[in-house]
Design a protein around this ligand. Structure first.
Ligand code: SF4
Length: 367
């Protein structure tokens, strides 16, 4: 089916009319609404922007999860990246969504205005090219992202090695998504009935990458991003709960395979080793990150470029740490839409286009 077919309004309405009695019946038999989490930031935007969140709200509470990479990056990492930008002879290369993320005292955008050489790139290979064009500078790429972004960064490191580039470095703050989901299901104070799993991450790790949810008997569905994907995934999740069926359903078969993308996974294994980094809100999560392994250590900024470690603290009142765990919504933050807005963000969830706060600011209203 062509992707446009998943946006077909007539088909969507037919499906919703078919599913609605089932949603009503299940809500009545459970005695409350279902509580599902959309793990992925792109899903958060899609649910809100298309109005599907609002349409389902009488039956299902959809809460956002830790699926925005900028939002889950620990404050200490943000401050460390900004500290690198202040160094002489360093060019920082970064994807655009990092520019306005607030550090403890400043952000990359302000540092650039003060004279730091910070360049927004659209790919890791562009950062490598900048390194090749400036052999007397240390060119540092900020590696923020999940399983989806990490392979292209790993590939740029492999290329740098092949081509003998000596002035290209990566600050690797990559995260793995399943350990964050595992942490949520192990939290007894946080009841989530089921998970809508990220389509893009699943393209890389495959359906098999989510086995831990089957082991914990948690219903989950891998979903695409179009309105019909969102609706059918929510229906499938409700159906799983009804039938106590804990098989991970792949509702994004047009892009997700059982074993994922074998080539991307082998590139990740070649360059990275599993680490246990700190996440915003979660603290240290075992085996939840990727750092550069010893074979490629010469490209590891944290090991090869000396830099002070600044003191970090989160903006007083910012609730991003709870929002990325789905324990609070932006409406629980007293700063939301007042002191904190997309023009003047105080936390990462308001900066990133996939952040829950910016999504709610743009598309949701408090009830
Ligand atoms: Fe943080 Fe701003 Fe969101 Fe509040 S509204 S949680 S300050 S990003």
């Amino acid at each position: 089916m062509n992707v446009l077919a998943y946006r077909d309004g007539t088909l969507f309405n037919q499906l919703f009319r078919k599913f609605e009695p089932f949603f009503i019946e299940k809500r009545e038999s459970l005695g409350r609404k279902f509580r599902f989490m959309e793990v992925c930031g792109t899903h958060t935007v899609s649910f809100s922007k298309t109005g599907v969140r609002d349409l389902l709200s009488p039956y299902i509470d959809l809460t956002s999860g830790p699926g925005c990479p900028v939002c889950v990056t620990d404050q200490a990492d943000i401050d460390q990246m900004i500290a690198y930008a202040k160094k002489e002879n360093v060019i920082i290369t970064t994807f655009g969504d990092m520019m306005k993320v607030p550090g403890t005292r400043t952000n990359l955008y302000k540092e650039r205005a003060e004279g730091a050489d910070i360049r927004v790139v659209y790919s890791a290979s562009q950062a490598l090219q900048i390194a090749q064009e400036h052999p007397h500078k240390q060119v540092l790429l900020l590696g923020v992202g999940f399983e989806t972004t990490a392979p292209s960064i790993a590939l740029s490191i492999m290329r740098a090695k092949d081509e003998g580039v000596k002035n290209f470095f990566v600050y690797a703050a990559h995260k793995l998504t399943p350990p964050a989901v595992k942490s949520l299901i192990n939290d007894d104070n946080h009841k989530i009935d089921g998970f809508i799993l990220p389509g893009h991450v699943s393209v890389i790790i495959g359906r098999e990458g989510w086995r831990l949810l089957e082991e914990h008997q948690i219903p989950a569905v891998i979903s695409g991003f179009e309105p019909i994907d969102l609706l059918t995934s929510t229906y499938l999740l409700t159906k799983e709960m009804e039938q106590s069926d804990y098989t991970i359903k792949n509702n994004y078969t047009r892009n997700v395979k059982e074993a994922g993308n074998e080539k991307a996974k082998s590139i990740l294994e070649e360059v990275f080793t599993i680490s246990s980094p700190k996440w915003r809100g979660f603290g240290s999560l075992p085996f939840s990150g990727m750092e550069i392994n010893s074979a490629y250590e010469e490209f590891d900024a944290s090991k090869r470029i000396l830099c002070e470690t600044p003191k970090s603290r989160v903006v007083k009142g910012c609730r991003c740490g709870e929002i990325v765990k789905g324990k609070e919504t932006p409406f629980d933050c007293k700063l939301f839409g007042k002191a904190c807005n997309p023009d003047r963000p105080l936390g990462p969830c308001m900066v990133s286009s996939e952040g829950t706060c910016s999504t709610y600011f743009n598309y949701e209203r408090a009830n």
